[in-house]
Design a protein around this ligand. Structure first.
Ligand code: 5GP
Ligand code: MN
Length: 339
């Protein structure tokens, strides 16, 4: 983190500001935890901050402190735009290209407010006046903690802020098992627990609030699993028909793709889920080792992300998406073999 960037942030925040914080579309634990944690920190420092989400997020995140204050652009556009109008500062969290927030991105692009990016994805777009872009850090939540630390404000981390930050550090590290986890990650987590984050309760809220139909949907995804051993690849699909059959709720498919990666020898795992428009398929890609799913998602599926976790889209049916994927694999044979 550059000293100059911190100084610019410090200067900007030296007088009370009206701040809007926006996480990416389909917000996950890291997006919501970092946005709400940053909101509480700013509010504690005499700013007036609120979070606007592009669209709704899953039930397993609807308990994070401050959740009741979140404004949803998709379901409450008038209120969101009114709130946005008043902003002196717009912070975009856990993404780095305005396309990730779709229509809302145009409002941000054309807004006169000072823009701050706080993110840990690769290859940031150039829209922020103050840019924290740290792809080596495992979660945006960990980055928020490090920014608070650089502002010499760690003593302000209370139970509420600690809980928010813990959420994204937990979810974006696969419960602290990804290579992005460092000794510092654990030191931060230790401090968050000291400040009142209840790690056992947070884990339960996020991972142990499943439903019977969600587990049956997982069963369906697993029975659709295919392996392409020569390319160390495993993929699953879910059609709209299958999603409806098992009463799909937002967030239900979170984590499914990881099961494919648990098979011995598999280095690339993909889940393809038909969108409700039935016009395109959303892909979630995961890899182990050095194979970059970020590159693959960017080059072939209008997406991106990290080396080992990325997402994207393909216009067409599930069958067409599977065909596209299988036609791509030969060009990655070497990379998949050596990674
Ligand atoms: P997931 O597969 O869990 O939706 O996302 C995995 C990672 O890829 C996350 O870091 C997410 O932000 C990123 N990602 C998911 N979908 C997209 C996309 O359509 N475009 C880009 N640029 N990144 C994505
Ligand atoms: Mn993240």
């Amino acid at each position: 983190m550059k000293l100059e960037t911190i100084k610019n942030l410090q200067q900007l925040l030296s007088t009370p500001k009206n701040v809007v914080i926006i996480p990416h579309k389909n917000p996950d634990g890291d997006a919501m935890g970092s946005s709400l944690g940053w909101m509480h920190f700013l509010n504690k420092n005499n700013h007036t901050a609120s979070v606007i989400v592009p669209n709704p997020y899953p039930k397993f995140l609807k308990w994070i402190p401050g959740d009741e204050t979140v404004i949803c652009f998709e379901t409450n556009e008038d209120q969101a735009l009114k709130r946005l109008e008043k902003a002196h500062v717009i912070c975009t969290l856990d993404f780095n290209s305005l396309e990730r927030i779709e229509v809302l991105g145009e409002y941000v692009r054309n807004h006169a407010a000072t823009k701050i990016m706080i993110d840990h994805h690769r290859e940031p777009q150039d829209y922020a006046d103050i840019q924290f872009s740290e792809p080596e850090i495992g979660s945006t939540c960990e980055l928020v903690y490090q920014i608070i630390e650089s502002l010499s404000a760690l003593e302000q981390i209370d139970n509420t802020i600690a809980t928010c930050i813990y959420v994204g550090m937990l979810t974006d590290t696969g419960s602290f098992r990804f290579p992005s986890v460092t000794p510092k990650t654990h030191r931060i987590v230790a401090h968050l627990i000291e400040r009142g984050a209840n790690h056992a309760a947070i884990y339960n809220q996020i991972y142990n609030t499943s439903t019977m139909s969600r587990l049956q949907l997982l069963g369906q995804a697993l029975s659709n699993l295919k392996i392409v051993p020569e390319y160390h690849t495993a993929f699953m699909t879910l059609s709209q028909e299958e999603l409806k059959k098992f009463d799909f709720q937002k967030g239900d498919t979170e984590g499914f793709v990881n099961y494919a990666l648990t098979i011995e020898g598999i280095k690339l795992a993909i889940i393809m889920i038909e969108d409700k428009s039935e016009q395109y398929v959303k892909l979630s890609l995961r890899s182990s080792g050095s194979f970059s799913v970020n590159e693959m998602a960017k080059k072939h599926f209008h997406g991106g992300g990290h080396i080992n976790a990325a997402g994207g889209k393909h216009n067409g049916s599930i069958g067409e998406t599977v065909q596209k994927l299988t036609s791509l694999l030969p060009q990655y044979q070497q990379a998949l073999h050596t990674s």
